[in-house]
Design a protein around this ligand. Structure first.
Ligand SMILES: [Zn+2]
Length: 282
């Protein structure tokens, strides 16, 4: 039993009832600020989409950890655990994986309900190739301007050659698949996630390939990271959260989750740089 998360969910549940009286819960305010292209408002415990459809915010249910992961409502998505941006990174608390309770219904409506639907939105981003001065194309969604935000990340990384080894040979971007060992779709399914160089990063399941499903492994999990925090700072500034801030560490993983970060106005706006690095196509 993951007591830490359970306790948080319990208090969140109580807090959820109190929130009904408030006009617009803070979690909703962050969602509206993060996804203005899709959302237009909030009424009667529902997020209102620009097409007029509605998604319930808080289902009012008290959930075990497993239920919270398998039927994540928007309120769980926003409030269960808070992602702390910034480069003063502490070892995450036991079972603390902020951002991993994802409301699948919400992401499917925005990014696509099927592999074919998500693929329709994929566009290329010019990314760094292993050989200095070279680039390659990688594919992410254009929904929410994710491609522009990731291109801005690439442009900043290209200007810092010492970071190149960590971000070339990427593990991948779009991949319509469930999270290993679960029925939930991976954030890679929606085209808004990227894994940087797998050989220079860490994933808790790979560190315990044969026995990661054992409780004893989870209880004694030792967080580790070799990804420079300078990279994390760049990604976060453009709206991506980092899997290195999870107790179940996945330090190669970044995903576009602006609702977990300070409001977009206070972040650098992702603009195409005029001075693109002088590169040749690989
Ligand atoms: Zn990943």
């Amino acid at each position: 039993m993951r007591f830490y998360l359970f306790i948080l969910l319990f208090f969140k549940g109580l807090h959820g009832y109190a929130q009904h009286a408030a006009p617009v819960p803070p979690g909703i305010q962050r969602l509206l600020a993060a996804y203005p292209q899709h959302l237009k408002g909030y009424k009667d415990n529902h997020v209102i989409w620009k097409d007029g459809s509605k998604t319930r915010y808080d289902d009012g249910r008290m959930k075990t950890e497993e239920e919270a992961f398998d039927s994540t409502d928007l309120e769980d998505h926003m409030n269960a655990l808070i992602y702390e941006p910034g480069i003063s990174v502490d070892t995450p608390g036991y079972n603390c994986d902020p951002g991993t309770l994802r409301c699948q219904e919400f992401f499917m409506k925005m990014y696509g309900h099927s592999e074919a639907e998500v693929r329709r939105h994929l566009v290329p981003v010019t990314w760094l190739a292993p050989k200095p001065g070279r680039t390659k194309r990688i594919w992410v969604t254009s929904v929410n301007g994710v491609h522009r935000h990731l291109q801005a990340v690439a442009n900043e990384l290209a200007a810092r050659p010492h970071l190149r080894p960590y971000v070339t040979d990427i593990g991948g971007t779009f991949n319509w698949r469930p999270i290993m060992g679960t029925n939930r779709m991976s954030p890679h399914s929606f085209g808004f996630a990227i894994d940087i160089n797998t050989s220079r990063s860490e994933y808790w399941k790979w560190d315990h390939r044969d026995n990661w499903q054992l409780d004893s492994v989870e209880i004694n999990l030792q967080w580790r990271n070799s990804v420079p925090l300078e990279i994390v700072e760049i990604f976060e500034r453009h709206g991506f959260i980092w899997g290195g801030k999870w107790f179940h560490y996945d330090t190669m993983h970044f995903e576009y989750r602006p609702e977990m970060l300070p409001a977009p106005k206070s972040r650098a706006v992702a603009k195409p740089t005029r001075k693109a690095p002088a590169v040749k196509k690989q």
